[in-house]
Write a protein that binds this ligand. Structure first.
Ligand SMILES: [Zn+2]
Length: 585
């Protein structure tokens, strides 16, 4: 049996929120009203439960003293429920953010709402809206923290509609806020800066080859004064930033500087040797901080990295329950999933990473992953990792990972290879890793590039996905990698030109033009240097600016990147890479 909410563009229902509701709950009501109106041309009035009940209602949050959220007991604070009971519709959650997610889920279920990008959404146009009697849908999240680190996903509305609680997204009170970090990543030098302390206390910093190091250094984690200074600083961070949930105490990274940096003094070395990993001294150190602060701040989490030299799991020490260990897979290849590569070569890079993932998952209460989804040396070059990424997200779930960040092109202008599509697909898979990848891709492409052009765009995408499977895909490949041949680039250009010519819609054409830039980039950097190439690069530069792309290489100015394209075949020779030095927030 069906309950009619809207019947031939007519409704008697009201949307109601509690008189004591939060901004996010009221926003949830307004979003529900807005999208149901756009879809059905029928306006459902919104009011608070201070008003007398006049008809059947869509009851949001705890309005009318609804106790429906009790059905979510024991679930995460973002869990939500949509339920029909006695012809009333209830949408509620364990937090304002969960309630807003519940509204977007309702819209997805009943008007086929999708938010593909901040500028591209869809919903059905319908005259009738009905719900099954006794309908009930409960959703919780495998990953408690979901961050798509792409410029396209920083928009707060996009993030909320796709249920991302990203630290960097512009999520405010109306969205029910987010998982807020203080010091998002590397932070040792924020805790104790060598500029302030090294001259008086060289013993606070890394001892390497018998010498205390001031530049490109880490902290001497077995030093008692270092611990006390860090504890005071961390306590002050927590007190002064009550809105933050997570505080980072993590090893530094000195851009492009990969020689050993961790302290090798007698005491640090002893701990690391006992643990068969340099993560031993890090986890021992952050555990002591967590133990010291757990009574004062039981709900605050401390983040640290398992990254590069600290990636291997310690064999003795176990992370405190309030510690987030964020494992980074920067050494992996993305041509196959981690499990596929590991099964072919258990002792290779992916096999070693899988081993670390399995081992950390056995000892960590909050294991998070920092994964990557773009070529950082050449943002526009195809980085065909859709299939491997989807499988890797399944893998992370299998090993009880609780938080996931996927890093793409995060520059102001964004726009790496299929950035918009990747942002959407990753967001969807982070909240439900069982959604079929090809369905997500087709739905997006039909709506973002237009139905006429979509099939060519998908053929283009699949061409690279098929091609990469038996090759390697690293984060810093150049256009002379085995993936790229003149034939494939030519075929790619033909497919995208067909997509472009198939549509008359100028918005779709602009979007396809951006994809074409990727092939033009690959074509141009593969050419021998010549006057003619320089002229073509100048034309390419104009197009790049037209599409508001601000970086071609990570943290490198556009003008400098263009000069590299002209002067160095494959844009390989880059004396000043990272010419724009800015820090991820
Ligand atoms: Zn030391």
């Amino acid at each position: 049996m069906k309950i009619n909410i809207i019947n031939n563009n007519h409704t008697t229902y009201h949307i109601v929120h509690s008189v004591n509701s939060t901004e996010a709950e009221r926003y949830a009501c307004m979003e529900l009203q807005k999208y149901l109106y756009l879809s059905t041309n029928t306006l459902i009035p919104v009011f608070s439960d201070k008003c007398m009940k006049r008809s059947k209602e869509i009851i949001i949050g705890s309005a009318r003293d609804s106790k429906v959220s009790l059905e979510l007991a024991g679930m995460s604070k973002e869990a939500f429920i949509i339920k029909e009971k006695d012809e009333e519709i209830y949408i509620t959650g364990n937090s304002p953010r969960g309630i807003l997610y519940g509204v977007y889920k309702f819209l997805e279920e009943f008007i086929n709402f999708r938010c593909f990008t901040k500028d591209c959404e869809k919903y059905d146009s319908i005259d009738n809206l009905s719900i099954d009697k006794d309908f009930s849908l409960i959703q919780d999240f495998t990953f408690e923290y979901r961050e798509v680190y792409f410029t396209d996903a920083f928009n707060g509305d996009f993030a909320a509609k796709n249920m991302l609680n990203s630290n960097l997204a512009d999520l405010s009170n109306k969205h029910g806020n987010k998982v807020k970090w203080y010091n998002f990543h590397h932070s040792f030098s924020d805790l104790i800066n060598p500029k302030d302390y090294f001259d008086a206390h060289p013993e606070y910093f890394s001892l390497i080859n018998g010498k205390r190091i001031k530049e490109h250094t880490e902290l001497c984690l077995s030093n008692k004064d270092v611990f006390n200074l860090c504890l005071d600083k961390l306590r002050a961070w927590i007190i002064n930033n009550p809105e933050c949930d997570i505080f980072s105490v993590a090893q530094d990274e000195w851009m492009g500087h990969f020689i050993k940096m961790a302290c090798e003094c007698e005491n640090c070395k002893k701990i690391d040797e006992e643990n068969n990993s340099q993560s031993g001294s890090i986890i021992t150190f952050v555990n002591k901080l967590a133990e010291s602060l757990q009574d004062e701040f039981p709900n605050k989490l401390i983040h640290t990295f398992a990254y590069q030299y600290s990636r291997r799991t310690p064999t003795k020490v176990v992370p405190h329950k309030n510690i987030i260990v964020r494992l980074c897979n920067i050494e992996c290849s993305w041509s196959k999933s981690i499990e596929e590569s590991a099964s072919l070569n258990p002792n290779g890079r992916d096999g070693m990473f899988l081993n670390d993932l399995v081992n950390w998952s056995k000892i960590s209460n909050h294991l998070y992953i920092w994964d990557y989804a773009v070529n950082f040396r050449n943002y526009l070059l195809p980085f065909p990792n859709f299939r491997s990424m989807a499988k890797n997200i399944n893998l992370y779930k299998k090993y009880n990972v609780k938080g996931l960040l996927m890093q793409g092109n995060f520059s102001y202008g964004g726009k790496g290879y299929f950035d918009e599509l990747k942002s959407y697909v990753i967001a969807r898979l982070m909240r439900d890793d069982t959604e079929p990848l090809d369905v997500l891709i087709k739905d997006f492409c039909d709506n973002y590039y237009g139905k006429e052009s979509s099939k060519y765009v998908i053929d283009y995408l699949n061409m690279w996905e098929d091609e990469i499977y038996n090759k390697t895909l690293w984060l810093y490949d150049d256009a002379d990698s085995l993936l790229f041949t003149d034939e494939l680039i030519d075929k790619g250009l033909k497919l995208l030109n067909a997509a472009f010519n198939e549509t008359d819609n100028y918005i779709y054409k602009e979007r396809i033009e951006k994809l074409i830039l990727g092939m033009e980039y690959a074509y141009l950097v593969r050419l021998e240097n010549s006057e003619n190439k320089n002229k073509l690069v100048d034309k390419f530069y104009e197009k790049v600016k037209k599409h508001h792309i601000t970086e071609l290489f990570e943290r490198t100015s556009l003008e400098y990147s263009i000069s590299i394209m002209k002067n160095s075949r494959y844009a390989k020779d880059r004396p000043n890479w990272y010419s724009l030095y800015y820090i991820m927030k």
